[in-house]
Design a protein around this ligand. Structure first.
Ligand code: 5GP
Length: 118
C-alpha cells in the first residue's frame, strides 16, 4: 500500500492540523487521541512515512525502529501509567480496522482494561 501524504497523522506531523502533544523526539511524536477510549489514550507515531509494520520493518533504519519502540515506553512512563499498567495496540490493515494509514501505536491506560479478545 502506497503511503498517502495527506493522511491525518502526516498533517499533524507537518503541523497543518493541531494535536495535544505529550512527547516528541527525533523519531516519534505522541499526542492524545481525539476520541479517547480510556482515561489515558495516547497515540505514538513514527515521524517517517510508513503505512504499517511491513514497510516500517523493511525500510526504516534500525535507529528509527528503536526510537519508535523506545518512545512508546517513554511516553507511558511520562504519562504516569507504567506502574499500574497499560496496553499497547497497533491496528494494521483492513481486517484490523486501521483507520489512519500512518503506522501508530495506541497506549490505553487509566483503568482496569478488559481481557484482550479478537
Ligand atoms: P486506528 O483505527 O487507525 O488504529 O486508530 C486511529 C485513531 O486516530 C483513532 O483512535 C482516532 O480517534 C484517532 N484520530 C483520528 N483523527 C484524529 C485527529 O485528527 N487527531 C487525533 N488526535 N486523533 C485522531
Amino acid at each position: 500500500m502506497a503511503y498517502d501524504p495527506n493522511n491525518v497523522f502526516a498533517k499533524i506531523l507537518r503541523g497543518e492540523i493541531p494535536c495535544n502533544k505529550v512527547y516528541e523526539d527525533e523519531h516519534a511524536l505522541a499526542f492524545h487521541d481525539i476520541n479517547p477510549q480510556t482515561p489515558t489514550h495516547i497515540l505514538v507515531v513514527p515521524k517517517g512515512a510508513y503505512v504499517n509494520w511491513t514497510d516500517f520493518s523493511e525500510t526504516a533504519s534500525d535507529a528509527e525502529i528503536a526510537g519508535f519502540v523506545r518512545a512508546i515506553a517513554t511516553v507511558a512512563k511520562q504519562a504516569g501509567v507504567a506502574e499500574d499498567g497499560y496496553r499497547v495496540l497497533s491496528n494494521a490493515g483492513v481486517n484490523a480496522n486501521q483507520e489512519v494509514a500512518h503506522l501508530h501505536a495506541h497506549i490505553f491506560a487509566g483503568r482496569k482494561l478488559g481481557r484482550m479478545v479478537p
